[in-house]
Design a protein around this ligand. Sequence first.
Ligand code: GLU
Length: 322
Amino acid sequence: MSVVGRFAPSPTGDLHVGSALALLAAWASARSAGGRFVYRVEDLDGPRAVPGSVDRQIEDAQWLGLDWDEGPGVDGPNGPYRQSERGAVYEAALRELSKGGHLFPCRVSRKDLQELASAPHGHDGLPPYPAELRPPSLALGWFDDEAARADAALRFRVEAGEVAFRDRVVGRVVESVRHSVGDFVLKRRDGVYGYQLAVVVDDLAMGVTEVVRGMDLLDSTARQILLIRALGGDPPVYAHVPLLVNADGEKLSKRDGALTVRALREAGVEADALVGWLAAALGQGDARRRTPQDVAASFDVGRVGPEPAVVRDGLADRLAAL
Ligand code: GLU
């Protein structure tokens, strides 16, 4: 089977160096296998989107020397490649899930859930959704009944049991989604489709065979595998690449300076210096100037370690001197 990789950024600002790390890894992994690469814009959460950042992220990715076979600017057979234009595809997937008994409408608010304070909190900072809150029964055809859906979120019904998968960076992961998050939201009350639904539906529709992305999404993976199976699909291969941290081991923030691709570029850093540094952070040899093609030619995901990569102060100066 031929490899299809993807990059799926949310347009919440300029391309961060941490996102560029995941992008280079995903691109090099797909290209090293002679595979195709898809670029998908994850712009479902309108209020978090920063105007202009779709185009700016694309420019930053192109400046790094990366390209794609499907996505903005090239199109392809599985578009549109912006999630905000794919509502009909998500609604069709929800309908299919409802037919399989995997979905239910829910009017329990986030606040109500937060008040269930006795339960330990799971991945989303909320206690796992208690199965007792599910509606006791659902009328046949409820999915098309406006009254049954009015003012309700749609949740995926998580059965008991464990999900196990092998991540190419982290190794074996076992999770009971029922215990970690419980029944999770696929469409919010305000009508916005959930990230978990959209990412799974799109990866299936776009024929994605490998998902290479940041470690912050490792704890979404078990949920996504449950959804893929409920939709009759096969899970892709996963590789979660390390996050970048500052010298104190904290997630990089604005205080650590503008660590976006654009800011480095404006500070005089050249693309092949940044690509070489990113490759080194991915365990692919020493930091030296490299093209993406050179990184792909010898890319081995087995050399990517799970530990966060430390970014010391003065990155722009060090890269400019590389
Ligand atoms: N859109 C997500 C983000 O920017 C990434 C989704 C994914 O790679 O699965 O964090």
